[in-house]
Design a protein around this ligand. Sequence first.
Ligand code: UGA
Length: 476
Amino acid sequence: MSAAVTSIAASPGPDVVEHPRLTVIGTGYLGATHAVSMAVLGYEVLGVDVDQAKIDALVAGRVPFHEPGLPEQLAAALASGRLRFTTSFDEAAAFGDVHFVCVGTPQQRGSNAADMTYVDAAFTELARRLDRRALIVGKSTVPIGTAARLTELVQSVAPAGTEVEVAWNPEFLREGYAVQDTMHPDRLVFGVTTPWAEQQLRAAFRPVLDEGTPLVVADLPTAELVKVAANSFLATKISFINAMAEVCEATGADVSVLATALSHDTRIGGRFLKPGLGFGGGCLPKDIRAFAARAEELGVGQAVRFLGEVDGINLRRRQRTVDLVTELADGDLVGKRIAALGAAFKPNSDDVRDAPALDVARMLHRAGAVVSVFDPEAMPNAAKVYPELRYAPSLTAAVMDADVVVLLTEWQEFRDADPVDIGTLVHERRIVDGRHALDADRYRAAGWEYRALGRPVQSPTVELTVDERDAFRRTA
Ligand code: UGA
């Protein structure tokens, strides 16, 4: 294990390139955002990917996924002339002083551990070509110990040998806020083994540091751990409130009120304390599993065994949502028309990796329901994974003649929907709010039977007249 490194903020040493040229290897979610943001911040950046189609899209100014604000920043970065893309590692090695590796670490098939194939390949391909002093900075989320292992690998294959150093700079960006989180992060973490690496990284983040962003300088394993610890904490907080939702259901208590009351305690806070269908996406689920797997290997499995429980609570929410829909469908899903609102793992994203929404839609379909899915952005991705589901072209089309509506991703469009209006379209005014995103009183006042996980059952307060219902159906 490397020793803790003392932070040295003094003027750069002779080897430090004050305005380094950057490469960003892997232009997926993290890498594309990082490359674009660093160019906007004034650096010369070369984005590198083995996927020619991705590179072609980015060169043409197209972001291959949905991320608010990123297309505009990509256009600005390309127009500045500071951002270019390539598939050539030769070009990357010749160009960069600091190389950021941003490739994915998905869950391995048939195991909870992270698949390191892409990280290892990126480090190896680059290092083989490095014949001068350079810093390779890992940003991918990796098992603890990876940076030390890669340092050995890199220095054994690089023509420049120990002149090439490895640092770790974990990334905390959230999908949907990627540009903001990259340009104005809550904090920066630099995992380094030498003062040179720290100073070179400082030079690579000068504009971000100049705006007062807190910097934590750490050894390599701590930097790796910060990332998985942060995601584990967030996942645990969400599963904590969802565990309370289970208790609420057994006691008649209301988890929404409970969460609000807890959130006023500033030691607890309200963020990531939103009960509902739970967490998904390409990060939290796989990161807690990989962390637990790595901890077992390190002989400290017991310390994080609770993460298995966190995962279990989270997955139970999906079945519980299906159960609530079934209850509202008079106990039988076969042939029932269910409007599933949302497919993305969270709003403002078209990402359906481990999406609770899509999982619930699939479970309803498998139980015999006729499921009509609508999501403002994620339908093309959803249809690739589950072509067997029906995809409606709009919210109104999805809810038309539905026996039960289930809200699965809290898009603003769904929050803004008028319960009176959509009440005229459905067959039965019955809704499961899987994200605690709707105003239960408004729905009940509009004659809906409203249910949410962890909230007590109450009857609708009014019934719509047949005339009201027909009038709206004609205009919709
Ligand atoms: C998460 C972390 O928040 C980022 O800091 C981290 O950089 C990123 O993973 C990553 O490792 O790359 P992200 O996956 O974009 O970011 O999504 P979050 O905003 O964290 O939401 C995760 C899931 O938790 C979503 O499915 C969301 O619906 C759910 N969630 C969130 C809740 O169920 N309740 C809450 O109160 C908050």
